[in-house]
Ligand binder design. Structure first.
Ligand code: NAD
Ligand code: UDP
Length: 339
């Protein structure tokens, strides 16, 4: 079985390619490298014992490039990671986000359909859930009211796939809603390599610990949470990657649309993360309390029950594992893949 992985050289994509190869799938990747390095896939090949990943450096909106891939390979499944993901940038450049994320999804599905490949897993996000839900979030919690264009591209991406599955009963569509992916492969060879100043907490913590940033700004300590700082559901990227392998097995014999949360079901605060990182790695993470970040919710965490019961998948890595593996990657590669 061959899986086309769009955005496969990125953070989650590279870890998923490795888990797919380990599970016996063949993998083909398309990525335009707008936010990643070709080194990640070389390292995945190394970790997979020298297995080869055919790589196409192209934009998923490029119909001709996609068609060539489908002509050169028999693709059984697609996992669609390719997308822009910086929330702040999406507010500043909404058209770039709608164009990249939605046109990629539509072009991809069109080319898939015309080659008889109708099984897709889509990288969605907890950001599609409306801010007025009770925790934990289950797959039936209310969606919408997104606070930024990035979130809307995920909401609309899901809807496009849902409509395709409704129109043609041959399609199998799996919308996976990720919570907060962190960590890295235990080898320290692949990991998250933000091009600019990190927006997300964990890469900011590790870049502060290694001295690339002066201190972490903790965005608000007056939320209604146990220590006043924001609470999120952090999940090890290898657990997340394995969730995709579980989703492919499920798609083998299920048609229509399915939705699964990929989270641990446990929430940790910003200060929990700082202290866990310091303890796991014996390093200091200087921080200062800063104002709240606009659009942030106090607490977000998943119910992982449906994924556990239906996919037979659950997260296995602890917070300590997440912190240790992040630091291992960061200290072996202080400047990411540039080293
Ligand atoms: P990433 O930026 O590391 O990976 C995305 C990859 O897609 C990059 O390699 C980039 O070069 C590529 N890409 C982007 N647009 C493309 C296009 N038009 N054509 C070809 N390649 C393109 O990000 P990631 O963290 O690995 O995220 C993967 C997916 O998961 C994204 O869709 C993201 O929105 C989604 N997601 C991520 C998180 C997170 O916190 N990391 C959370 C929820 C959902
Ligand atoms: N956060 C923070 N400082 C940072 C980055 C994030 O205090 O430099 C907080 C943020 O306010 C939120 C949590 O860390 O409470 C997770 O933020 P992230 O951007 O990683 O994920 P998301 O908000 O998308 O869940």
């Amino acid at each position: 079985m061959t899986v086309l992985v769009t955005g496969g050289s990125g953070y989650i994509g590279s870890h998923t390619c490795l888990e797919l190869l380990n599970a016996g799938y063949d993998v083909v990747v398309i990525d335009n490298l707008c936010n990643s390095s070709p080194k990640s896939l070389q390292r995945v090949e190394e970790l997979a014992g020298g297995k080869h990943i055919p790589f196409y450096q192209a934009d998923v909106r490029d119909r001709a490039a996609l068609t060539k891939i489908f002509e050169e390979h028999t693709i059984d499944f697609v996992i669609h990671f390719a997308g822009l993901k910086a929330v702040g940038e999406s507010v500043a450049k909404p058209l770039a986000y709608y164009d990249n994320n939605l046109n990629a999804t539509m072009t991809l599905c069109d080319v898939m359909g015309s080659h008889g490949c109708k099984r897709i897993v889509f990288s969605s996000s907890a950001t599609v859930y409306s801010g007025d839900n009770k925790m934990p979030l289950s797959e039936t919690s209310k969606t919408g009211n997104c606070t930024n264009p990035y979130g809307w591209t995920k909401y609309m991406g899901e809807q496009i796939l849902r409509d395709i599955a409704k129109a043609d009963p041959e399609w199998s569509v799996c919308n996976l809603r990720y919570f907060n992916p962190v960590g890295a492969h235990e080898s320290g060879l692949i990991g998250e390599d933000p091009k600019d100043i990190p927006n997300n907490l964990m890469p900011y913590i590790s870049q502060t610990a290694i001295g690339r940033r002066d201190h972490l700004s903790v965005f608000g300590n007056d939320y209604d949470t146990p220590d006043g700082t924001g609470v999120r559901d952090y999940i090890h990227v290898v657990d997340l990657a394995r969730g995709h392998v579980a989703a492919l097995s499920y798609l083998q014999d299920h048609k229509g649309e399915c939705i699964f949360n990929l989270g641990t079901g446990v929430g940790y605060s910003v200060l929990d993360m700082v202290h866990a990182f310091e303890t796991a790695n014996g390093v200091d993470v200087p921080y200062e309390i800063a104002p709240r970040r606009p659009g942030d919710l106090p607490t977000v965490y998943s119910s992982p029950e449906k994924s556990r019961q239906v996919l037979g998948w659950e997260a296995t890595y602890s917070l300590e594992d997440m912190c240790r593996d992040t630091w291992h990657w960061q200290s072996l590669n202080p400047n990411g893949y540039q080293d």
